[in-house]
Design a protein around this ligand. Sequence first.
Ligand SMILES: Cc1cc2nc3c(=O)[nH]c(=O)nc-3n(C[C@H](O)[C@H](O)[C@H](O)COP(=O)(O)OP(=O)(O)OC[C@H]3O[C@@H](n4cnc5c(N)ncnc54)[C@H](O)[C@@H]3O)c2cc1C
Length: 538
Amino acid sequence: MAKTYDFIIAGGGSAACVAAMRLVRDFGFSVLIIERGPRKTAKLMAFPAGYMKYLARDDFLEMHHTVPQPQLSGRGPVVPVAKALGGGSAVNAMVYMRGQREDYDGWAAHLGNGAEWSYEDMLPHFKGIEANTRFNNEYHGISGNLRISEPQHTCDTTQDFLLAAQGLGHAYNPDFNGVRQNGVGIMQHTYGQWNGKTERSDAKKAFLDPLEGDPRLGIVTDARVDRIVVENGRATAVVYTRNGESHTVRAEREILVASGTYNSAKLMMLSGIGPADHLREHGIAVTLDLAGVGANLQDHHEVPVIATTKEKSGYFGEDKGWPMLRNGLQYLLFNSGPVTTTGIESCLFYDPDGSDRPSIQLYCAPIVYLDRDVSSAKPTHGVTFTSCLLRPKARGNVKLRSANPADQPLVDCNFFGDPDDLRLTLASLKVARQLLATEPFKSKIADEILPGRALQDDEALAKFAGQTVKTNYHPSGSLRMGPDSDPMSVVDGTLRVRGIDGLRVIDCSIIPFIPSGNTNAPAMAIGSKAAEMIGKDY
Ligand SMILES: Cc1cc2nc3c(=O)[nH]c(=O)nc-3n(C[C@H](O)[C@H](O)[C@H](O)COP(=O)(O)OP(=O)(O)OC[C@H]3O[C@@H](n4cnc5c(N)ncnc54)[C@H](O)[C@@H]3O)c2cc1C
């Protein structure tokens, strides 16, 4: 007889790995993770600098394109998501950021269930997961599985950025995940030391590998979950495809959906759970008419200001030819140098409207860089400041392209769908330009190549923003959590899908309002809290 598990998790990403570990280790359940991607990524992906080589490739990324966006003159920006065990944490840029206290307090206020999901409620989950190498205080823990540290190596451009931003009046902030978020500083990352080497601390390595050999944890990879089986109002099993063969596996207790914001919504709809009319359009039998499935999509997006420098600077050319060999050897022999950093080392949190609550995360990339589909700007010595909007007001959606599980869903990102999102972004482009005009940058900059000095008025800058806006890779919210009174909520405060027993969603899809920072740490905290709630239920 086929082995059964207490819980089956559809998708093996950031949230799923934490939840699986905690359900097994802390509560003694058996868990099966079914992940469509491979068990391992490439060796290079473990090196902090390695992920850049894979950003434009589909080895471990699924390259979604948004539907054409009228407000972006018909562009359909690329919006990649992970496909590998460990999910986003195995492919991402490793920035460790939690967002703001107000974000989680906003979730709690929306739910109206006391402190549940508030910052104070989430803090133990953030702390419990982390093994921080710098901070051990009321905000940080050192006993968790996820290794978190600062770059051992920072470049000249990063140092210039820290000084220029302070020159503009922004305070130096030693810890964006501590007392306050605003200010300029070095970001912590999810990497740490293994056998004397700095390596990526992805969710597989951090949370699953320590359970290696434990019969309570099953992992099937290269296996796509196609459908959740619902019998008499209860989710009982999943159907998945592996090597072209279809399998059905039953859960003794619950099915947990964690396929990431786009694919979790897709899986729900393929299972007949979603807006009835839309399901019928694709010939899918309606199990439950749930209007909110696929709605409420939010993502951070960013627009660049790019300048070249008069002299060599930053990391341009360090990944090619002799410098690459030298840097590789330095890393392998001494565990130091540029390979120990992702390259994006610092950022500035601030609000162009002047409040204390940042609405922009301005990254400093020490190179001329843009996604291929955005610009023909040639990589060279220079600096790229990207202004990333932290709480976009616009909402997009995820819909089915077809009833075929092999097809990607239709993603409508709706970047700049709200005029205020564009207003704040344009205001931040001006601040990015001020940074270029402030020492130590001022005397080092050769030329502003994008938007280019010729573009000054808001109309021209708005056009530029539409041509260049790109994702910061943080899709959230397509299966949002909300109170009973919220007709668009898909899950309640315990992450149970409304109207179906034995089914929860435990990944970034449940986010009601996107947090003001990178979303890997929030995904992991959600996975941790999900496991705790589930564990206490049985
Ligand atoms: C290129 C990139 C860079 C990023 N950089 C950062 C960063 O520096 N810092 C940060 O905090 N965040 C970053 N993020 C975002 C962050 O990694 C994600 O927000 C986070 O991983 C989301 O976690 P999740 O559990 O919701 O989903 P994911 O981690 O995406 O996990 C979903 C998993 O489900 C699997 N799956 C999907 N469909 C199916 C199916 N039908 N059957 C089986 N499995 C399925 C996927 O393959 C994937 O492994 C980045 C993301 C990307 C893509």
